[in-house]
Ligand binder design. Structure first.
Ligand SMILES: C[S@@+](CC[C@H](N)C(=O)[O-])C[C@H]1O[C@@H](n2cnc3c(N)ncnc32)[C@H](O)[C@@H]1O
Length: 235
């Protein structure tokens, strides 16, 4: 998959997305937002917000930013925001792999059914980390490759069709965790037959401008420093 094929596929999906993926993915969306326990005035970023099916589920006091690559999906989200008067939501067309937000902009960053859609999940997670405050929450809900041998076989057969169907059916949880260096703190099954998983982790990224830790064993005390200066003057 590449960005053009994602845009093309979701342009095609947009008019029927809610019908095809509205109800079937909805328990997962609800579980994510419940898990986030959003507080008043918190800043939440939802990447790959799609047609905005999750947006009415957030508390009205939480500030939500939704981004998506597909303008056709976003146009539907915009209609929903206007129709439901969701004044706490702002939407923007943006690539989640290269976001234009400054570092540490959000308290929580969430990707619902997006990690197996983007061409480069490592770039996605790195960007989610960067724009999330250190100690903030990163939350994912996604389908991952099944452990069941028959289902796994079918999923692998479908992998060559990823660009057409709009996601990678062979998306592996262990590879995702390893390649993105993710320490998952919470992992539970959601949706029909528990076929999807909700993952939560704390953002461990330190702010870039943080002072490096001082090594007490090599640092001189002010007294010793002034002693050195006095000795130098005597020489
Ligand atoms: C399966 S849909 C999920 C939509 C929504 N989150 C939901 O709960 O139904 C995947 C969405 O991710 C978007 N997407 C894929 N790659 C993206 C990227 N690199 N940046 C932003 N959005 C992206 C697609 O356009 C699509 O709207």
């Amino acid at each position: 998959m590449n960005l053009e094929s994602v845009e093309k596929t979701y342009r095609r999906y947009a008019p029927r997305y809610d019908l095809l993926f509205g109800a079937v993915f909805h328990p997962g969306r609800k579980a994510v937002i419940q898990r986030m326990s959003c507080q008043a005035d918190e800043q939440v970023l939802e990447v790959g917000v799609g047609t905005g099916l999750s947006l009415p589920l957030y508390p009205a006091t939480t500030q939500i930013t939704g981004i998506d690559l597909s303008k056709e999906m976003l146009a539907r989200a915009e209609k929903r925001v206007a129709r439901d008067r969701l004044d706490n939501v702002r939407l923007q067309q943006m690539n989640a792999q290269e976001m234009t937000f400054p570092d540490n902009s959000f308290d929580k960053v969430v990707a619902m059914y997006v990690a197996s859609v983007v061409p480069d999940p490592v770039k996605l997670v790195n960007e989610m980390r960067r724009v999330c405050k250190p100690g903030g929450q990163l939350i994912f809900v996604n389908h991952f490759q099944s452990d069941h041998p028959v289902i796994k076989w079918v999923e692998n057969l479908l992998v060559p069709l990823s660009a057409k169907i709009g996601f990678n059916p062979g998306f592996s949880l262990s590879a995702f965790k390893r390649e993105c260096d993710l320490e998952i703190e919470h992992n539970h099954r959601v949706n029909l037959f528990g076929y999807w998983r909700l993952l939560q982790t704390t953002n461990d990224l330190q702010p870039k401008d943080e002072e490096p830790a001082v090594d007490a064993t090599t640092t001189q005390s002010p007294e010793l420093e002034s002693f050195d200066v006095a000795v130098a003057k005597m020489r």
